[in-house]
Design a protein around this ligand. Structure first.
Ligand code: DUC
Ligand code: ZN
Ligand code: ZN
Ligand code: ZN
Length: 488
């Protein structure tokens, strides 16, 4: 059935400007953005007076239902996405792992995991080894499956880690396919040595996690990946930039004009490593992720880098484990499943940390939480914008209300929320996912199977400036208003 929705009286914010306008939605698509839209009785009207009307968040970095370190992350595609929607995020991009070396088997396994989705999602693909079949399958992923980004782990020796030879070949293949190479940048050999050193010294607790893999190892791998990408002459996306040291490598490369994208994650922006020294094991183990959350000071510097554009978009690395899983590492920090939550908290924490603190504008907020991600993965302006023809993934945000993070009322399945007790200004009051009101009055209304896979189209405008993009796309974008006619 044709659903009609009017969002009235708010301030519409896009990455390129904000304006007083109403937003009219039909059948999941934005069909009008202008002041004083008049509608009939059959239309659901939401009052957004005094509120911002913004594109729903897009989280570029999540691990839902992920098999990792001998266990499985507790948030699957339904619970993780429900949590996301309650926090104003309407799309995420997850990492597909190959199965038995096959990218296609991995893709099919993830299609299955994602069949219970309640919001839209996309995929990156992890490359773990190299041979002819991987090279061939990469082409199939790009041309037939809508995957345009491939991630290489430079750490996790013995499981995910690839060496420089694989990384180089992978980067070359990305270049030839017009795909984007991504790296988890830590020197995995040195981390392995560092971990052994800690255990030999009797440091078996979570603090050993931080001590075994210092910022210099993140900086080394970041710099190495940047130079290899330069050698191959292909763009590079560095996931979860956690330290000043790694950020400076990115800043240096970008200054020379190299195409390097840096993604900080919420934990790196707002937390510090002090909890890793908590005498209570579980309290400390909750905070174990890789690269580690750094000493106080790195967070502020990453915020500054985000505000000046050295880093461009915010992810979460949402990968949640319950305390019973974190307890696997009670005698040895190397066995603590790595990962923290964030998919539900990202929008509020970025608002509070970056906008409320005066470091960035409201339009910048939209850019770093949504538009930039859509642009990098070439789904803008279908996603990441409130424009005629865009998908109706929209939030109504009240800057004068407030949020408080409470693991008893959060929507993730995890019992290890690292943001417990945090509060601040601003609240996502309504979330709309392709025209459906899924979050309102603190209530979720989500249905498994309602989310759609969003394939990434071939790159066209990648790495142009945002202003240029908008001028170009706003004038040339044909509104696909009837795209879902067949569903009606
Ligand atoms: N780091 C984490 O903390 N969790 C998932 C994967 C990763 O690289
Ligand atoms: Zn193989
Ligand atoms: Zn990683
Ligand atoms: Zn990750």
């Amino acid at each position: 059935s044709l659903s009609k929705l009017l969002i009235k009286g708010g301030t519409v914010v896009n990455a390129h400007r904000q304006e007083r306008a109403d937003v009219y939605v039909e059948d999941g698509i934005i069909v009008a953005v202008k002041p004083n839209i008049k509608v009939g009785d059959e239309v659901t009207v939401l009052d957004a007076t005094g509120r911002y009307v913004m594109p729903g968040g897009i989280d570029p970095h999540t691990h839902l239902d992920a098999e990792f370190m001998g266990t499985v992350a507790v948030d699957d595609f339904f619970s993780g996405q429900a949590a996301a929607l309650a926090g104003g995020t309407t799309m995420h991009i997850d990492f597909v792992h190959p199965v038995n070396g096959s990218l296609m088997s991995g893709f099919e396994a993830y299609e299955k995991k994602a069949s219970k989705s309640c919001m839209d999602y996309g995929f990156h693909m992890v490359i773990r080894h190299w041979d002819e079949s991987v090279s061939k399958e990469m082409e199939i992923m790009v041309k037939e499956k809508g995957i345009k980004s491939f991630k290489f782990f430079m750490a996790y020796k013995g499981t995910f880690m690839v060496d420089d030879a694989v990384l180089l070949r992978g980067m070359k293949r990305c270049k030839s396919l017009g795909a984007l190479a991504m790296v988890h940048a830590e020197n995995g050999d040195a981390v392995f040595e560092g971990q052994k050193r800690m255990i030999e010294r009797g440091i078996t607790g979570p603090e050993g996690h931080a001590l075994s893999r210092p910022p210099m190892l993140e900086a080394e791998a970041t710099g190495r990946a940047i130079r290899l990408a330069s050698f191959v002459n292909t763009p590079l996306y560095v996931v979860h930039v956690m330290s000043i040291d790694a950020m400076e490598e990115i800043a240096k490369a970008r200054k020379t004009g190299q195409k390097v994208i840096g993604e900080p994650v919420v934990s790196g922006l707002v937390l510090d490593d002090s909890k890793l020294w908590d005498p209570d094991f579980i309290t400390a183990a909750k905070y174990v992720m890789s690269p580690p959350i750094r000493e106080s000071g790195h967070n502020k510097a990453l915020q500054a880098a985000l505000s000046t554009g050295v880093l461009q978009l915010v992810g979460t690395d949402h990968c949640t484990f319950n305390s019973s899983q974190k307890a696997f590492g009670i005698d040895d920090f190397r066995k603590i499943p790595n990962g923290v939550n964030g998919i539900e908290e990202r929008m509020h924490l970025v608002w509070d940390t970056m906008v409320e603190s005066g470091q960035i504008s409201v339009t910048d907020f939209v850019r770093i939480t949504s538009t930039e991600c859509a642009r990098i993965f070439n789904i803008y302006p279908r996603k990441g914008a409130i424009l005629v023809g865009s998908d109706a993934d929209i939030i109504i945000f009240n800057p004068n209300s407030s949020f408080e993070i409470n693991p008893r009322s959060h929507h993730s399945r995890t019992n290890t929320n690292v943001y417990e007790g945090r509060k601040g200004k601003g609240k996502v009051e309504v979330t709309i996912s392709r025209g459906r009101i899924v979050w309102k009055d603190d209530e979720l209304k989500v249905a498994p199977g309602s989310g759609k896979y969003i394939p990434m189209p071939p790159f066209g405008f990648l790495f142009d400036g945002i202003e240029k993009i908008d001028a170009k796309l706003v004038s040339s974008f044909k509104a696909p208003v009837h795209r879902f006619k067949s569903d009606v």
